[in-house]
Design a protein around this ligand. Structure first.
Ligand code: 13P
Length: 291
């Protein structure tokens, strides 16, 4: 019951007007903390790995840990590959047992984005049980190996968004709407809520078919989150905040206890801090109690 793909929990979320938190992890301590926080909140959750950590830790290792954690947890959990620009790597992660795959061909011309996305969709659907996320327009900032300069970031065109989803058959869709990866440089980032609402209306107005993903969760003001939920955001990606929490907590702990040399205590401190961050996101997204 606990191993699920992203689409099934996101359709429920979109219908219920809440969103599933999707948290990028880089190690086991973070992965366990994400799961524990979601269990504490009785919330569905998505564990994400970017390509570099997935290659470094090993996709089979990650899937084995995911399955062990998910099978023991009383909540639905998805394992998502984030922003892979490589069709073949998407397929290898699908083979390994990831349950949601993101092919990010958003920097390529429209037709080539469609071609690559559809190739991954067809492959994953043939295996079964795996949903696929595609992106249109480009999300600014840096996420793992994907870098988009501010002046290069392009918002998704609503009519093209419909064409993209129809022709690729993607299960879930990430339209670029002005949110950005990394830390926002201003307190009021320019996010196009109306565009998000229009795309949602066109795709899901008469019943949820292709739930929407919001990238660039870190630093989004809470009132933006409320508006994005109302405009159809059913998955919010949070990465930078978890990385900062891991590194800052470790640094603070080691600085305060320089002579201790007990790694387990550092792990405990990181676990507690990550659980706090994830629990807060789950509350903001309204997914507590929705497992
Ligand atoms: P942040 O790093 O801004 O939280 O964005 C995460 C993200 O969108 C991953 O795909």
């Amino acid at each position: 019951m606990s191993i699920v793909n992203a689409k099934e929990i996101m359709v429920k979320a979109a219908e219920g007007k809440y969103a599933v938190g999707a948290f990028n992890i880089t190690n086991l301590i973070q992965m366990e903390a994400v799961v524990q926080a979601a269990v504490e909140k009785n919330a569905p959750v998505i564990i994400q790995t970017s390509v570099k950590p997935s290659k470094f830790l090993g996709r089979e290792v990650l899937v084995a840990i995911y399955r062990t954690l998910a099978e023991a947890a009383p909540i639905p959990i998805c394992l998502h590959l984030d922003h892979s620009t490589d069709v073949e790597y998407c397929k290898r992660c699908a083979d390994a047992g990831y349950t949601n795959i993101m092919i990010d061909a958003s920097k390529l011309p429209f037709e080539e984005n469609i071609r690559q996305t559809k190739e991954v969709v067809d492959y994953c659907h043939a295996i079964g049980g795996i949903s696929v996320e595609g992106e249109l327009g480009t999300v600014g900032g840096v996420e793992d190996q994907v870098k988009v300069a501010e002046d290069e970031a392009q918002l998704a065109n609503p009519a093209q968004a419909v064409e993209f989803c129809e022709r690729t058959g993607v299960d879930i869709f990430a339209p670029a709407i002005g949110t950005a990866h990394g830390v926002y440089k201003t307190k009021n980032p320019k996010v196009d809520f109306e565009r998000m609402g229009t795309i949602n209306q066109l795709l899901n107005g008469d019943g949820v078919r292709t739930p929407l993903v919001v990238h660039g969760g870190t630093g989004l003001p809470e009132d933006y989150i409320v508006k994005l939920l109302a405009s159809g955001g059913a998955k919010f990606n949070v990465s930078t905040e978890l990385k900062h929490t891991l590194i800052d907590t470790t640094f603070e702990y080691v600085s305060a206890k320089r002579d201790e040399y007990d790694p387990g205590k550092i792990d405990e401190a990181v676990n507690k801090a990550i659980r706090g961050v994830v629990g807060h996101w789950i509350d903001m997204l309204g997914s507590a109690g929705k497992a």
